[in-house]
Design a protein around this ligand. Sequence first.
Ligand SMILES: [Zn+2]
Length: 410
Amino acid sequence: MAFPSLSLSHGLFPKLGTHQLIAKTTESTRNLCKSTLYLFLALAAPFVAYRGYQSFTMYRSSSSPYSPKTDAESLRRQRISSSKLHTPDVSSKAPVIYSSCYDISFLGIEKLHPFDSSKWGRICQFLISEGYLEKISIVEPLEASNEDLLVVHTEAYLNSLKNSVNVAKITEVPPVALLPNWLVQMKVLYPFRRQVGGTVLAAKFAKERGWAINVGGGFHHCSGGRGGGFCAYADISLCIHFAFVRSNISRVMIIDLDAHQGNGHEMDFGNDERVYILDMYNPEIYPFDMTARNYINQKVEVVTGTTTGEYLEQLDKALAVASSFAPELIIYNAGTDILDGDPLGGLKVSPDGVVQRDEKVFRFARERNIPIVMVTSGGYMKTSARVIANSIINLSEKGLIDTSVRSGRK
Ligand SMILES: [Zn+2]
């Protein structure tokens, strides 16, 4: 852009003498310089401000109190604080969480999988029909929203679930790959998201009442960045992060007694000293995750063919070792695929052995006054629902839990 020429001054001051003209011209030049300086400053200010902002953000990322890690942590806390998953009023309910939305059943797809994908509803039916639970006292959780899931999951992972082929791989049901994603979201992922909401709510409930059972959940193969083994969302990791922030808890123990190794939560809490992981699993079956195995605090490997007596003896020893950690919350992943005859687990634990196992874990928690959350995890034989219901009934009869409504019957 060109500056105004002196000829303009001539036009402006046609009747002035030479000295006056020189004086006026000098004044005019001064004004011109001032204007130019202002113009320069006006143009330069945004650039200077931008560079200043860049330097500030570089300073923030290079100095410890304002690192990207801290930013990610404060975003996580913000997401947890604004979540609605703790909203349902549980004051007049039993600490048993379930929704009929948990059950997966459509187009006969569920029959293609060795899983009983309606076991969650059947557990509640047994408890209700046998008088151990009232339907109105069951707590219905909310669906975990995208913002809730981002507390643990990466955006890239959640986006990958918008492709039915990826969901088919995770759920191990190949025909799911052929379905439009909106149908997969509605019929497969939505039920899972409700179960995730159930596990998160269970931790709040357990803190208030000493114990809580999410009749679903326990997707222990899923970590923040990867799903697998029928586990699309990392409900255990999510519930622990919510407990850190919303329930002011700083030490959590995961007792994972599903037949499979819980590689999802292990990857998520590998270097986190706030979380102690006791995992008893069959090392000869899925997922063979050697990296995640390094993150287990107490690893108890129970090989194919392990019987009830051996299993329970190993559990007693493991709990005795774990007791030194003194957690403020226990997440108990109570998979029933340790049952004799389970097509995936390879172990030979009897139905009564499962009942005794759950009793040992609840006794461990209740005697130490540690709130405990139980999730039902794997084990989808037709008999699994009955065994889980029997176990909950046993816990109730032994006085380890009370499923009656607070103001209702005892
Ligand atoms: Zn399992």
